[in-house]
Write a protein that binds this ligand. Sequence first.
Ligand SMILES: [Fe+2]
Length: 355
Amino acid sequence: MGEILGLGMTHYPPLAGRDENMSGILRGTLRDPAISAEVKNPANWPPLMQREWGTDQGKAAAAEHRQVLVSGLDTIRSVIDEFRPDFVLIWGDDQYENFTEDIIPPFCILAYERIEAQPWRLKAPGMPGGANIWAEKEDHVSDIRGHKDGAKFLASGLITEGFDVCYAYRPLHLQGIGHAFLNSVAYLDYHRRGWNHAVVCFSINCYGRRVIAFRGGASKFGDTPDPEKLDPPSPSPGRCFDLGAATARVLKDSPYRAALIASSSWSHAFLHDKAWRMYPDIESDRALYAALQSGEYSRWRDTSLASVEASGQQEMLNWFCLAGAMAELKRKPSWTTFIESYVFNSNKCFAIFPP
Ligand SMILES: [Fe+2]
């Protein structure tokens, strides 16, 4: 009989950089000529946004943001250590990193034996320029244990029950793994005391229509192509939810102790056209957060892809997988926290669903 621990966290790239660069995504948006001066004028921003921006373009607020995020990460890490998993499964997005023009799988289990990556050589979207917060050199290597047997068990179980997922034994276009996975491990070991848990990366095509068209990243407002020039869509929130539920069923009947992690921030400013890409969709995130806290999973299951895209919540498809898994196990979270931010590109959430 397997044991499952459910967790949610962020892999927010600017956390790997320095405080003075944390508002860099917004600063890029402020240079977009297609956005009016009125929208860009801090005097017209929501009050919390003005407060975060302050007189130092968010540097002081960045230190506070870092502190809450690191505290959330520490909590998640201690729960993982206590659980002693055979492997940690991470649902994460691939932002035109391992998967590009030659194939975009909706779902792919990276059944790697071992992961060797040089995080500071990979120029993943959103990763801060300049020095990283740990002052690690460009040739720094992250060496992470995979769990090929567990990954194969899961792929076999999902395919057998009618969920035809892809799997891979080695990377395609990337030496190592994408930022969603790499940052997750780097942040769970924020204090650099070591990370010994085996990791199974479960890649979700969150960026869908923008994965190749926008290379899974930010774009200028004026560069938005006609809808027909975009890529085919990502899997729907409901499909991700069902994948999570199927994952829980397969792992429940496995010999493994598995920690299932949804890794992503929530609504992203640079994907949220309704607010001129200036800040995330706070209202829409709040509604999903309330439903997560109360275990009202039908609210998650019934969310449309159109609404996810309109709210810049593409990366939350990772969380739809987790919600489906927890719904299947009839679990409610024992602890959650929701961190709102206007200036730092996204809202963040942490959650624990104990076995
Ligand atoms: Fe991401």
